[in-house]
Write a protein that binds this ligand. Structure first.
Ligand code: SAM
Length: 237
């Protein structure tokens, strides 16, 4: 990959990503709120509402270290269950929901686990935390109903590999938000890396066509805040 300030080889990119997210893990939430003026919360709400989670869903959230997307999915499913409990016809609601949060960085997974405990979800059997690489996931083909990756795909070395992996799972979805800026205060190299990774990410139309090339159908994207961020989605039919 050719970066403006220097050549960064592929293995260096993944090392850099590891380094950057290990450094920022403890400040990640604060940084996210500051950099997006709190808007990332609304964008994640929007992502999950487009996903339309359902009770019994098996879902994989990749690059999901903070748990932000997983918690929203669980909350959405809980509210469906609460409503359905008042309905005499509520078949299928007993099926077990499983949300897998996969991240390459154990420090980021620890941030998510801490949040889970704070939310009273520390012992929740619907949540599973898995260390893994978006480019080579360990789950079986067609083992999921949904797949999301939020603020994560720009960090990977081979976008096509990630898309091919996503396509191994069933059904739905994609996700968020390539071009948003992030700052890592006091660390020029990490900061430069993040800025470059944002600048180099393909524009919305191009990314949509890459998703379609991976095999997804009905590929769409929605720009938020005038295209500062975008939610891409696609179906495996
Ligand atoms: N999805 C969360 C959110 O929106 O709050 C976290 C986003 S954070 C900007 C990017 C995450 O991608 C980090 O937790 C990082 O460890 C993870 N990541 C980077 N490269 C990855 C890869 N190849 N496979 C899986 N996760 C990766």
């Amino acid at each position: 990959t050719s970066f403006g300030f220097k050549e960064v080889r592929e293995e260096e990119k993944s090392q850099m990503v590891g380094k950057v997210f290990s450094k920022v893990a403890s400040n990640y939430d604060l940084m996210n709120d500051l950099m997006s003026a709190g808007l990332h919360r609304l964008w994640k709400d929007r992502l999950v509402s487009k996903l339309s989670p359902f009770p019994g869903m098996k879902h994989l959230d990749v690059a999901g270290g903070t748990g932000d997307v997983a918690f929203r999915i669980l909350e959405s499913i809980s509210s469906i269950r609460r409503r359905a409990l008042q309905d005499p016809v509520n078949d299928g609601l007993q099926e077990e929901t499983q949300i897998y949060v996969c991240d390459i960085n154990p420090n980021m997974l620890n941030v998510g686990k801490k949040h889970a405990i704070e939310r009273g979800l520390g012992e929740d059997k619907s949540l599973t935390w898995v260390e893994g690489d978006a480019e080579a996931l360990s789950f079986g083909d067609n083992s999921m109903d949904g797949y999301t990756i939020a603020f994560g795909i720009r960090n990977v070395t081979h976008i096509e590999k990630v898309l091919a992996e996503a396509y191994r799972y069933d059904f739905y979805s994609f996700s968020v938000i390539p071009p948003l800026g992030e700052l890592v205060a006091g660390d020029r190299e990490s900061y430069q890396y993040l800025v470059e990774s944002i600048r180099q990410f393909p524009p919305q139309e191009k990314f949509a066509s890459m998703i379609a090339d991976a095999g997804f159908q009905k590929v769409e994207y929605e720009n938020l805040v005038g295209g500062v961020v975008a939610i891409h989605s696609g179906l495996k039919i």
